[in-house]
Design a protein around this ligand. Structure first.
Ligand code: MN3
Length: 257
């Protein structure tokens, strides 16, 4: 054993009557043999959930792929713990109910404010699935056609990002900022509390199908950004793949027509 000794000198003041007396004590403390092991990064492919109606969306990137914008530890906790838990809980709640045969968006659009548990768990499942689909280590731009649609509704992509940031920072407590397609095919930004989303009755000022969201629960940003939601939102845009947002738009548009 490689023995390293650390010399610590301790000064102790001992009061004897009115006279100070200084003692010097030498303590030898052995140091550990080896440096602490580097914490291993998990593998998203190893995350397992129970069988059920709602599948775990397999993220096509590793937990460290979105560095330095979104940190490895947060991505791992978010996917392997929070998201996997929502998948399991949503499946438990839906099992044996008439909802099992319906499309997820249809279920969400039927959940009343009294169905809080299902809103929380199925919302948590759906919201994270939408979000994880739009993140990428090498984000692509949307087509010229979709960019034109963004310009028509918001003026520019930059202005859309500003409006999403404003929504994200305005949420009091936990929630989401959203880009949605409305039932009449328009694009709009809005926000929701908790795990609600704009498909749920009474959840947002604008009803619509989410095509992009920003998770503003503290678990999604606190490790790296502390309470600075604005900086976190900017980091999210660095890894947002607008081509994938466009793909969700195209899917949703086909459903509402
Ligand atoms: Mn989350």
């Amino acid at each position: 054993m490689k023995k390293l000794l650390l010399r610590i000198t301790v000064f102790t003041l001992v009061f004897v009557g009115c006279q100070d007396k200084k003692l010097t004590e030498v303590v030898e403390v052995p140091l550990p043999d080896e440096a602490p092991a580097v914490v291993a990064i998990g593998n998203p492919d190893h995350v397992r959930v129970n069988e059920g109606t709602f599948p775990l969306y397999k993220i096509p990137y590793t937990y460290d792929a979105l560095e330095p914008h979104l940190d490895t530890k947060t991505m791992e906790l978010h996917y392997a713990k929070h998201y996997a838990n929502y998948v399991n809980r949503a499946n438990e709640l839906i099992k044996g109910t008439s909802y099992e045969r319906l499309a997820t968006e249809t279920i969400l659009s039927q959940l009343s404010v009294n169905q809080a548990e299902l809103r929380n768990q199925l919302g948590g499942y759906y919201n994270h699935t939408v979000w994880f689909k739009t993140l990428s280590a090498k984000p692509d731009e949307a087509s010229a056609e979709f960019n034109q649609l963004i310009n028509t509704h918001f003026g520019s992509l930059q202005e859309l990002k500003s409006q999403l940031t404003a929504e994200a920072t305005a949420v009091f407590g936990s929630g989401w900022a959203w880009l949605v397609i409305t039932p009449t095919g328009k694009l709009a930004v809005t926000s929701t509390k908790n795990q609600d989303n704009p498909l749920m009755p009474g959840a947002a000022t604008v009803i619509g199908t989410p095509i992009f969201g920003i998770d503003v629960w503290e678990h999604s940003y606190y490790l790296k950004f502390n309470s600075n939601r604005g900086s976190y939102t900017q980091a999210v845009f660095e890894v947002t793949d607008w081509k994938k947002v466009e793909a969700l738009y195209t899917e949703a548009r086909a459903r509402i027509q």
